[in-house]
Design a protein around this ligand. Structure first.
Ligand code: LMR
Ligand code: MN
Length: 429
């Protein structure tokens, strides 16, 4: 306890130790009373303040209470701002505090905490790296990059900083050439925090985009061997334990009856989708996941994460009424129902969807000559009024080389082997 006890606390160490013992024994009520008693007499006691905070932290967890969590955050924040807080205690309290602030969704506050410790311990690169992640969480990406660059200026082979800087350059700046060597070097260090499927995914993705497909597959295979991907071709990161395949038939899904019902109404669906096409009054939005090499690709979302988007369905009520009759589509928390329009000239980079928990079906609505879609090693095209069905957790790629727009309705459905109970427990995507 020496390293967390300042001069003032040393004088009352007996009482503090007693309170700590109660805390360690999880006698939270008594511990709280003891710390309060100490704080009444010695409001400047850092150990009592942080001890009381820890009590609230534990209570918040037990009761799953945000109110208690917020009390903890307030007390811990006070503790770390006390001038004579010993370094070790500051480190202990601040680490947990930043983590809990993040958990509460208070990213800016967590960042402030991370800044405070990073400044107090400028030599500690682990803390600098955590500050970098704090900036990412707070969506301050330029600052994040600066922090990782500063770490690399001191320690050029810091794997954590290499991977995170590479990730940021790839994902937000689309600087593939710059990102590739950083991610490669970072992964190679095997430093803590670098064994992460996302880094393998983005590295391979970047390599594919600069035309180095063989090298990309080296990392996809490695990622699969390490258990991050289900296979080199199926690189979703949110997976259920089900059998998968690239292309499906409607029969194989077991939802044939519903797909047929939508096919029978395809013209109604097409007309509602086409009515939204005018850029001035329509509801389509450009694809924003940076999946396109080139071209004009827009989507209009009717359902997402298992919820109807009311403002959208007000515009296409007949289509939504049809989807409402398709339980495994409208309840698909890990997918969407959306119109997708592609103008000629589009190329969508090879990519994998986030999850194998869904199967993706496309209903062809306006299908000229020219567009095609590859899933792993088999390329197909659409037909008006007909569904094609595939598992988008497998690598797929889309081209539109025609002269007219292509419109489809994308309908995600639960993978049929996922039970009702599992469905209710999966996180939405
Ligand atoms: C995709 O899901 O990536 C594409 O197939 C979407 C589309 O409109 O073809
Ligand atoms: Mn896709």
């Amino acid at each position: 306890k020496k390293s967390i006890t300042n001069k003032a606390d040393f004088k009352i160490r007996k009482k503090l130790d007693e309170a700590d013992t109660l805390l360690e024994m999880n006698d939270l009520e008594k511990a709280a009373m003891k710390y309060d008693k100490i704080l009444n007499k010695h409001p400047e006691s850092v150990r009592a303040m942080s001890g009381k905070a820890q009590v609230m932290d534990k209570m918040a967890e037990q009761k799953r209470s945000n109110a208690l969590l917020e009390e903890y955050i307030s007390l811990a924040s006070k503790a770390i701002q006390m001038v004579d807080i010993p370094a070790d205690l500051l480190l202990q309290v601040a680490e947990r505090l930043a983590d809990r602030q993040q958990f509460r969704g208070w990213m800016k506050k967590a960042l402030k905490t991370r800044k405070l410790v990073a400044e107090k311990f400028p030599e500690n690169l682990v803390l600098q790296n955590k500050l970098g992640v704090g900036y990412i969480m707070a969506n301050e990406l330029n600052e994040a990059k600066d922090v990782f660059r500063q770490v690399l200026a001191v320690s050029s082979m810091d794997g954590y900083a290499l991977c995170h800087l590479g990730f940021l350059l790839k994902t937000f700046d689309h600087e593939m050439e710059e990102a590739i060597p950083l991610l490669e070097a970072g992964i190679k260090t095997k430093d803590p925090g670098t064994a992460d499927g996302r880094f393998y995914m983005h590295l391979g993705d970047a390599l594919q985009r600069v035309g180095k497909n063989d090298e990309a597959y080296k990392y996809f295979n490695e990622g699969a061997d390490l258990g991050f991907f289900r296979s080199a071709y199926q690189r979703s990161l949110y997976n259920s334990d089900v059998d998968s395949q690239g292309w499906w038939t409607m029969e194989q899904t077991g939802y044939q009856k519903y797909f047929k019902m939508l096919e029978e109404n395809w013209e109604t669906i097409r007309d509602e989708g086409m009515a939204q096409m005018d850029p001035a009054t329509g509801a389509f939005h450009p694809e924003e996941e940076n999946l396109r090499e080139k071209g004009d690709w827009k989507q209009f979302t009717l359902y997402q994460r298992g919820r109807k988007v009311d403002s959208s369905c007000a515009k296409t009520p007949k289509t939504c009424a049809l989807i409402d009759k398709f339980p495994d589509a409208k309840s698909c928390k890990r997918g969407q129902v959306k119109f997708s329009v592609m103008q000629p000239g589009v190329h969508v980079w090879p990519h994998c969807g986030p999850t194998n928990s869904r199967i993706r079906a496309h209903l062809g609505l306006v299908v000229p000559e020219g567009p095609k879609i590859r899933v792993v090693n088999e390329t197909r095209t659409w037909m008006e009024g007909k569904f094609i069905v595939f598992d988008d957790s497998f690598e797929h790629e889309v081209w539109h080389d025609g002269t007219q727009l292509r419109l489809v309705l994308i309908v995600d459905v639960w993978h049929p082997d996922i039970t009702e109970k599992q469905r209710s427990q999966l996180s939405p995507i």
